[in-house]
Design a protein. Structure first.
Length: 389
């Protein structure tokens, strides 16, 4: 009896540890013989927003105004270099200082924080070169892996000391057009090296892996391997069809677009030509698009799926309906999610009017239809659900 009691105590301790530090509940696949995926037997625990800065006002508004219990931030290297007139190394130092302060604020508010490496933080980004040239240069030089390992080591050294739940998102939308539609060839090996580097410093927090290519991870995940770690989350992004979600977006620098989408006033659901198929796009079509991710989850039920980004241009007709369809899918499948974005770009803003304007967007006098939809799902969060026990 004594041995049984000790074993039970160990099991309970291990389970409790797994629930700490912002750990997503483990999913359980059902009905293996089903033609269509059966939603995992887990409830969504984390619902939130992507943000640009880890400042107190943004974090407090995300929590108290919107009801988020998780935020996702890409290190704003370009913003720091440009707005503070800093060198790249100076900007990185300030980024670490901002993370240090921001995690303390997040801890006070009970918000889980997803720290994300943008590709322009993974190398010495050339502002005069195209995005595609910079991406190719990233993968062509193995020194960049050492660069990322060093930076993730520094970040983990800061975050590991904090009493706040942190997820490390290794690289935002890994992409090498030469390998498309698969993930960059080097990425699985590089990702494992980054995981190992983080684990040398922090063994408690979860690590997020995006398979790529780019935001089209439902394709890349088909051939992406299961990496080695006990606390991995696989993440995807959803902007589909892009001729709907990105209509009227002229600046392609930070997107997967190869050309601007000039046509506007395209509604949802509707007929679209898209890389992933032409014809009628609706909620059911989105579910079919995500089927490879659902299948991956069924085969790997211990790896949670996290929808790190999804959105639609604020002026897109029926944008609220599109977001509602997306959110209903995530909730049905048990995927945690962060809407893109709060105060990152006016294109995706829930706080600006839904009139088409790139130069001088107007703040809305009342909550937008899109904001009402997103807020209604954020309201499902359990109070203080992101706080570390």
């Amino acid at each position: 009896m004594k041995k049984i009691a000790i074993s039970l105590s160990v099991i309970l301790f291990t389970w409790a540890l797994g629930q700490s530090w912002g750990a997503p509940p483990v999913s359980v696949a059902k009905d293996e013989n089903s033609q269509q995926a059966t939603p995992p037997a887990r409830a969504v625990k984390y619902r939130g927003l992507t943000i640009r800065l880890l400042d107190e006002k943004t974090l407090r508004d995300a929590k108290e105004k919107w009801g988020a219990n998780i935020v996702r931030i890409q290190f704003p290297m370009d913003h720091l270099v440009k707005n503070y007139n800093l060198s790249w190394d100076e900007a990185w130092k300030k980024n670490l200082e901002d993370i240090d302060r921001g995690l303390d604020i997040a801890n006070q508010l009970g918000i889980t924080v997803v720290l994300t490496m943008p590709f322009m933080g993974a190398e010495q980004y050339d502002r005069n070169a195209s995005r595609w040239a910079n991406l190719e240069r990233l993968w062509d030089n193995d020194v960049n892996l050492d660069h990322m390992k060093m930076r993730w080591h520094q970040i983990a050294a800061v975050a590991a000391k904090k009493n706040v739940a942190v997820w490390y998102d290794l690289l935002n939308e890994p992409l090498d057009r030469r390998d498309w539609p698969r993930a960059p060839k080097k990425w699985p090996v590089w990702a494992q090296a980054l995981i190992d580097e983080i684990r040398a410093v922090d063994k408690k927090n979860w690590i997020v892996v995006e398979s790529g290519p780019g935001g089209e991870m439902w394709e890349g995940i088909k051939s992406f391997p299961r990496l080695k770690d006990d606390k991995l989350i696989y993440s995807i992004h959803l902007y589909a069809p892009m001729k709907y979600t990105h209509q009227g977006v002229h600046d392609t620098q930070y997107t997967d677009l190869t050309a601007p989408v000039m046509v506007v006033n395209k509604t949802w659901p509707g007929e679209y030509t898209d890389t992933w198929g032409n014809g009628y796009w609706d909620k059911a079509r989105l579910m079919r698009l995500l089927q490879p991710v659902i299948e991956f989850s069924k085969k790997n039920p211990d790896i949670p799926i996290y929808m790190g980004e999804f959105s639609v241009a604020r002026w897109a007709p029926k944008g609220a309906d599109y977001l509602k369809d997306c959110l209903e899918i995530f909730e049905e499948l048990g995927w945690d999610w962060t809407y893109h974005a709060l105060r990152e770009s006016p294109i995706w803003s829930l706080e600006h009017t839904e009139e088409y304007s790139l130069d001088k967007p107007q703040l809305a006098e009342k909550m937008t239809e899109r904001g009402i939809v997103v807020k209604s799902f954020l309201d499902k969060n359990v109070p203080n659900g992101g706080r570390t026990p």
